[in-house]
Every structure is written in C-alpha cells, then in structure tokens.
Write a protein that binds this ligand. Sequence first.
Ligand SMILES: NC(=O)c1ccc[n+]([C@@H]2O[C@H](COP(=O)([O-])OP(=O)(O)OC[C@H]3O[C@@H](n4cnc5c(N)ncnc54)[C@H](OP(=O)(O)O)[C@@H]3O)[C@@H](O)[C@H]2O)c1
Length: 245
Amino acid sequence: MNEGTKTAIITGASKGIGKAISLKFAANNNINVVLASRDNTQLQQVQKEIEDSKGKSIIIPTDVTKEEEVKHLVQETIDQFGKIDILVNNAGVGRFKRADEFTLDDYYYLFDVNVLGVFLVTKYVVPHMVARESGQIINIASIAGKNGFKTGTLYAASKHAVVGYTWSLREDLKEHKIKVSVVCPGSVVTGFGGKQPDRVEWSMEPEDVAHACYYLISESENVNTAEIIIKPRYNPRNIDWNMRT
Ligand SMILES: NC(=O)c1ccc[n+]([C@@H]2O[C@H](COP(=O)([O-])OP(=O)(O)OC[C@H]3O[C@@H](n4cnc5c(N)ncnc54)[C@H](OP(=O)(O)O)[C@@H]3O)[C@@H](O)[C@H]2O)c1
C-alpha cells in the first residue's frame, strides 16, 4: 500500500450529496473511497463512475442503524486498507409534517438514521484514528441543525443533535490530533425526503457540498475549520425561507 494514499469512508454514498462527495474525493487519486449505504445496485453505479474517471473505490453495503453492519464496515475497511483517514457521516433521511402529525415511527426513523447512525459509525471508527493520532471526521448536518422551520420539528431536532454531537466530538478528539467538522447546507437539489429534485434558479447542487468537504480535507495541518454553513448566493424573489436563504 502506498503510504501517501488515504482511505475515506463515505456513508450514504449511493446518491445525492454522498455520491458527489465520493466522486470528488475519488478524483484525487490518492484517496481510496469506501462507498457505504444500503442500495448495492446504486453503489455499483457510483463505483462505475469512479472507475470511469480512474478513481479507486470499494463497496461495503451498510445500514448505519445496524451495529453489526457498522462493525463490519469498519473492520473490512481496516482489513483492506489498514487505516481510516477520513470519515464522512453523510447518510440521512427527512420527513416533514406538522408537529402533532408525526408518529413514533417517524421519530425512530429520523433519529435512527440521522443520530444513531452518526453515533455508531463514529464510535467504531474513532479507536482506529486515536491509535494513529490522525484522522478527520466530517458530519453532514443541515441548516436545519441551526434554524427551525415549518414542518421540521423532528428533522431539525435530529440535525441540531448532529451539530451538538460534532462540537463535543471535536473536544473529545483534539488532544488526539483528529480533525472534526460539521457541514450545514441549506436546500440542495437531490431526491432527499423522497421528493423529485426541484431545481430552481438559486438551487445548490450536491457538488457544492462536496466542494466544501474537499476544502476541509485539503486545509492546512495547522487548522481545523469547525463548521461550514452553505447557503445560496442568489435569491431573486427574496423568498423568506431560512432553509434556502
Ligand atoms: N438535500 C438537501 O436539501 C439537504 C440539505 C441539508 C442537509 N442534507 C443532508 O445531506 C445528507 C444527504 O442527503 P441527500 O440530499 O444526498 O439525500 P438522498 O439523495 O436521499 O441520499 C441519502 C443517502 O443516505 C443513505 N441512507 C439512508 N438511510 C440509510 C441507512 N439506514 N444506512 C445507510 N445509508 C442510508 C441513502 O442510501 P441507501 O438508500 O443506499 O441506503 C442515500 O445514499 C443527509 O444527511 C441530509 O440530511 C440534505
């Protein structure tokens, strides 16, 4: 193994923002990308795109809410590459309703993927990073982790949890020289929440978030940007919706 080659686990790599991050990282041919989510067919499609651009990746199908699958993801990555340099906790889901219309099932769905998933993958990756006194963790939260919005009670609560988790994780890990950051994008054009992508003039693209993540893994060893909030540059109708603007 080339010592200069890094290994990056990306959860939720099968589509949307996670796919864009995977393609962006793999375009740097010193990064082996580990594609982790549930949909093996979609992951194979992402892997093919990476191969077409001469990048390197492996697929480890993983449900981030299942502890045994997360353990397997981490162990298999170590077995194949010997180390984990970068973890991007990107897998996430959305459901949007008025507060009283949410069910307990909605609650567990949102918190299992968005919060438990981040906790589990981080829990099993961190010991490998601490042992090497090296590594970087990027959590994809949302602008909903900073603000509230109509129909967003449970989603915003789960993403505020990710922001709080990340700022505390940073304190746990800085004595071990491990970088920790949270990225909070506004609305991005993906199929998120089961919707058809709704592209408008001021939309942000998954590649915009991937670019911010690439910045984080490229910055100087002296610093570690704690949080990036990404909002659109342009709002022609000055729409008063803090999720986009
Ligand atoms: N789109 C937006 O407007 C927006 C804005 C701010 C933040 N975000 C955040 O960005 C992240 C990615 O969202 P997206 O817009 O790219 O959504 P997306 O296109 O729906 O992709 C979600 C990804 O999460 C994966 N996933 C869902 N449940 C999973 C599970 N149990 N285990 C493993 N992977 C799972 C999906 O893969 P499989 O189906 O293959 O498992 C998929 O790859 C999420 O955390 C989301 O909250 C999105």
